[in-house]
Design a binder for this molecule. Sequence first.
Ligand code: SIN
Length: 423
Amino acid sequence: AFELWRETTAEERSFLLKKWFNLIMKNKNVIAETISKESGKPLKESLVEVTYGASFIEWFAEQATRSSGKILQSPEKNKQLMVIKQPIGVVSAITPWNFPMAMATRKTGAALAAGCTVVLKPSELTPITALKLAKLSIDAGIPKGVFNVVNGRPQPIGKVMSNHKFVRKITFTGSTRVGKYLMKEASKSVKSISLELGGNAPFIVLDDADIDDAVNGLVDSKFRNAGQTCISANRIFLHKSIHDNFIKKLKEKILSFNIGNGLKNSDIGPLISKKAIEKIELNVSDAIKKGAKILLGGKRHRAGELFYEPSIITNVKKNMKVFKEENFGPIVPIINFTSIDEVIDLANNTEYGLAAYFFTKNSKNLWKLSSKLEYGMFGVNTGKISTYLNPFGGLKESGLGREGSEEGLEPFLEKKFISWRMS
Ligand code: SIN
């Protein structure tokens, strides 16, 4: 399929991708329901995910026709120097359960637009959405074999997908542990690799922040998909002077949440698995043992065994798991600070570097925090940063490369330099 797809023009690919995008939008409700059924996500969030996920296909359909090479100024009169770009080859894409659609389309939209074919392995916990997307791609006229979905156990499939001789590019979203494994496997045949891995996002509220904006921003970031998002606020740093006011307002918000079945108009659904909820329990009990206080929640919710109460934990310290690890659940660990230098040190005290958030009205603080914090993406006075225009990715152990945006096509293209002597 690659041999045929690589020969299509960018316009042909763009046309087919737009048809795919339109079919997805026509089937928006069915896909959103599938996402909620297989992940537990509240339906209103699944609907947002379908629009967000589809936006990558539309964006890359447009970007396909804008990709071009270069003719260089030759230092020699009878020579033309050129750089051309071609699709890198067959792509292995491995995606997680927290965004069954958007993570698949952010990778696949770009790869297909560049002229690559894709073998996608969605999470074994949410395998159906990807199959629906693949069926719609065929209905849109994308030839069979261009976008393929493989479901099953991750280990044997991952091994083939990262070692197979036809594969030239691996693109993965998931844990840092698996990312490191894939990087090692990719090195055996020097395949190109892009990784979007774990995060430990700081959410910083300075003394001059608008507290209502900050509380709303935290709700947007922290409770998206019940906190099961790589860019969810994970450690909440509050300036001592606004601590009590912020907590009072946050508590009021949390108490208004409707927690329950994702298909029944809830604000917060279940966690993905027993393992996920046990991890939250372990991290919370570790925090309590080390001196943290539970201000709200701190236990499973009566809605069912996979539901955890949105929780506020204060007195959090650097040695606690809730500080060091990506919690992936609806818990709000609070840390106090008194100076901007202190909070920069605390926020950078992690091996991760994906997203960070801060709230301030002062432009000097804005510049200092954006330049000193070691993160790839910032929300300033907002908890929402996801859009197809965002070069999505992180620093340090949060990954390699960027997805989406104007840069998102490049990882799927290979450059060739041509020095042409005209005789
Ligand atoms: C993620 O959790 O990895 C992705 C979230 C997003 O694209 O907004």
